[in-house]
Design a protein around this ligand. Structure first.
Ligand code: URA
Length: 234
């Protein structure tokens, strides 16, 4: 089992450069292996290591994979223009270690958003080739008729698209609410599809990605780590 200096472990987890991590440790702000450790060169096996920084507990993660329940009013871009960026909803060490949103939700869309610092994972999740299913709860302005559901399932023509785009599934939940499953991630896709079907999106929430559902207990703005079993589901 590889043993690594504590200061390097903290650096890898986003707590600053080596100098900053060394100072943090020397000032007694770090607990590792069950006790305060003031030696930056003390060696630990990183896998499964629980440590504390300023009283907050962290578990070593080689790569970060997490979910956020995105509220409205936040942009998914790296350099947000009109609103605050979603990265501001995550703790600083996660931002420092280069965690990025996996794909994008519009500023007014809420719900399940994944983040990671694993480039291969991000690529797999957003690549059209992999056809990862995304389920949206759509609240429409007008009642969603059977003919609109049939059109969404058969395929609707969007501007700038060479051929009609079909939903992978569409279920009516109530008069104005449907669950729409898409396997692409085109710009404003749900809003444009509803428009092409003769309706309009009033509210949009992503509730699942692949086999991963947004849990009821996770409040808006809440985030949590994904475990190995959950990663296998997406
Ligand atoms: N489709 C949209 O129109 N907006 C989103 O945020 C996601 C999918």
């Amino acid at each position: 089992m590889t043993l690594i200096d504590l200061e390097r472990i903290l650096q890898s987890q986003g707590f600053g450069n080596r100098k900053a991590c060394r100072a943090m440790i020397r000032h007694g702000r770090v607990v590792a292996g069950g006790a305060t450790c003031e030696d930056p060169f003390a060696k630990f096996a990183p896998d499964g290591l629980a440590f504390e920084v300023d009283g907050e507990t962290w578990l070593y993660q080689e790569h970060a994979y997490l979910m956020l329940n995105k509220p409205a009013g936040f942009e998914c871009s790296r350099s947000p223009i009109h609103h605050t960026g979603v990265l501001d909803l995550l703790p600083e060490p996660l931002r420092n270690r280069g965690v990025q949103p996996v794909g994008r939700l519009d500023e007014d869309t809420t719900g399940l958003l994944l983040f990671s610092d694993d480039g291969q994972f991000i690529h797999r999740m957003i690549s059209p080739r992999h056809k990862v299913a995304k389920v949206y709860e759509v609240t429409a302005k007008h009642p969603v008729g059977d003919e609109q559901i049939a059109a969404l399932l058969a395929g609707v023509q969007l501007h700038d698209e060479p051929s009609p785009i079909a939903a992978a599934a569409c279920e009516r939940v109530s008069e104005c609410v449907i669950h729409l499953t898409l396997t692409e991630g085109k710009y404003h896709q749900v809003k444009r599809m509803l428009g092409a079907a003769g309706n309009r999106v009033e509210a949009l929430k992503r509730i699942a990605i692949g086999g991963l559902k947004l849990p009821d207990y996770l409040p808006e703005r809440g985030w949590r780590w994904l475990d190995k079993a959950e990663l296998d589901k997406v």
